[in-house]
Design a protein around this ligand. Structure first.
Ligand code: PMP
Length: 401
């Protein structure tokens, strides 16, 4: 008998499990709106031209070797990543108050940041928005933090519950950590306005709450790298401290390469260098050092002004296609006369629309129309195309009538 005979089967991951179910469905009209990965109008995964170019450069450079990177990753990559999120003329960077370490995409950056906080920060409670990306509570709990939620989404308006958010952060214990989605909140697609961000900033700074930004969609939300970093830059501009987890999965299409960075903005250069020394002690026993390939691609693109420019154009094209899918879906539901107010589809931002469909309606759409999505009614706009919108509209119409 196996020594593992008593191991019970674990449930599928609620998000990745949608694709598992989709793959098993033999239907020809099936539609996967579950997973958050960009698809072309033809429904195909996209490797950016600029990434192919960078890959070619790396292959042809015979001086490149496969030695280990340092524990904190590729130095150029770290510098350029900080510049990308904080801005080229960020005082925090100029004053050497930022430590940036290359991590395994957004998830790994969140985990390393959380492990550091669990060891070295005095307040172990982290507030995450309700709802949030399903992996957040697991990452933070396993890192040793205690997870609480703050109100975020208002189902009645399908918008931000700003009053609830202010109340909940206002009554959080002083020093508590607060997870903020830098832009394109997942799963709701609802972001605070800049004025609301400013109020959040004032409240958090007045209570000494520590911001931990999750930036998984910079440039992907609006098409502008700078516009999508505004929330983070407001918090850095006040001279206060914060953490930022960056992912290149979406904005460079490097999903499986697992490229990301954790930055910790500190008050002084001396603190930043001590913090970095401790980050190394977190990383070394976890995975020793990060992989070299993806970070080399990112560094190659970010450091060359022509390639950087080409990237911004390809990024804008992805963002624009998603925005156009929102408009087309909204127009098609309106033309069909589907009951209900669907204006949130064009108001929400980023890769996902939080449709407001409930779990029974989602189950109905999957069973009868082979449309796959998470049970909270979140659909990936990047998985849609002009050709597949009519089928989705049929499914939604049938589900709500
Ligand atoms: N945070 C959020 C809000 C996300 O949506 C995602 C990707 N789904 C991530 C972090 C992490 O993604 P990755 O680890 O692939 O960078």
């Amino acid at each position: 008998d196996s020594v593992f005979a008593s191991v019970v089967r674990a449930p599928e991951d609620p998000i990745l499990g949608v694709t598992v179910a989709y793959n098993k469905d033999p239907s020809r009209v099936k539609l996967n709106l579950g997973v958050g990965a960009y698809r072309t109008e033809e429904g195909k995964p996209l490797v950016l031209n600029v990434v192919r170019k960078a890959e070619q450069l790396l292959v042809n450079d015979k001086s490149r070797v496969k030695e280990y990177l340092p524990i904190v990753g590729l130095a150029d990559f770290n510098k350029l990543s900080a510049k990308l999120i904080f801005g080229a003329d960020s005082p925090a960077i100029k004053e050497n108050r930022v430590t940036t370490v290359q991590c395994l995409s957004g998830t790994g950056s969140l985990r390393v940041g959380a492990e550091f906080l669990a060891r070295h920060y005095h307040q172990l409670t982290i507030y995450i928005p309700q709802p949030t990306w399903g992996n957040h509570p697991k990452v933070f709990t396993l890192a040793g933090l205690s997870v609480k939620t703050y109100r975020y989404y208002d189902p009645a308006t399908r918008g931000l519950n700003f009053q609830g958010l202010l109340e909940d952060l206002g009554s959080a214990p002083s020093g508590a950590i607060v997870l903020l989605h830098a832009c394109a909140h997942n799963p709701t697609g609802v972001d605070p306005t800049l004025e609301q961000w400013e109020q959040i900033r004032q409240l958090m700074r007045s209570k000494g709450l520590l911001p931990f930004f999750d930036s998984a969609y910079q440039g992907f939300a609006s098409g502008s790298l700078d516009a999508d970093a505004q929330s983070v830059r407001m918090f850095v501009a006040d001279g206060g401290e914060c953490l930022v987890a960056q992912s290149y999965a979406k904005n460079m299409g490097l999903y499986g390469e697992r490229v990301g960075a954790l930055s910790i903005v500190c008050k002084t250069e001396d603190v930043a260098s001590r913090v970095e020394s401790q980050l190394k002690l977190v990383i070394r026993p976890m995975y020793s050092s990060p992989p070299i390939h993806g970070a080399s691609l990112v560094a190659t693109i970010l450091k060359d002004s022509n390639m950087y420019h080409e990237w911004t154009l390809e990024l804008k094209a992805m963002a624009d296609r998603i925005i156009s899918m929102r408009q087309q879906l909204f127009d098609a539901l309106s033309a069909r006369g589907t009951p209900g107010d669907w204006s949130h589809i064009i108001k929400q931002i980023g890769m996902f629309t939080f449709t407001g469909l409930n779990s029974e309606q989602v189950a109905f759409m999957t069973k009868e129309y082979h449309v796959y999505m998470t049970s909270d009614g979140r659909i990936s706009m990047a998985g849609l195309s002009t050709k597949t919108i009519p089928h989705l509209v049929d499914a939604i119409h049938a589900a709500v009538t």
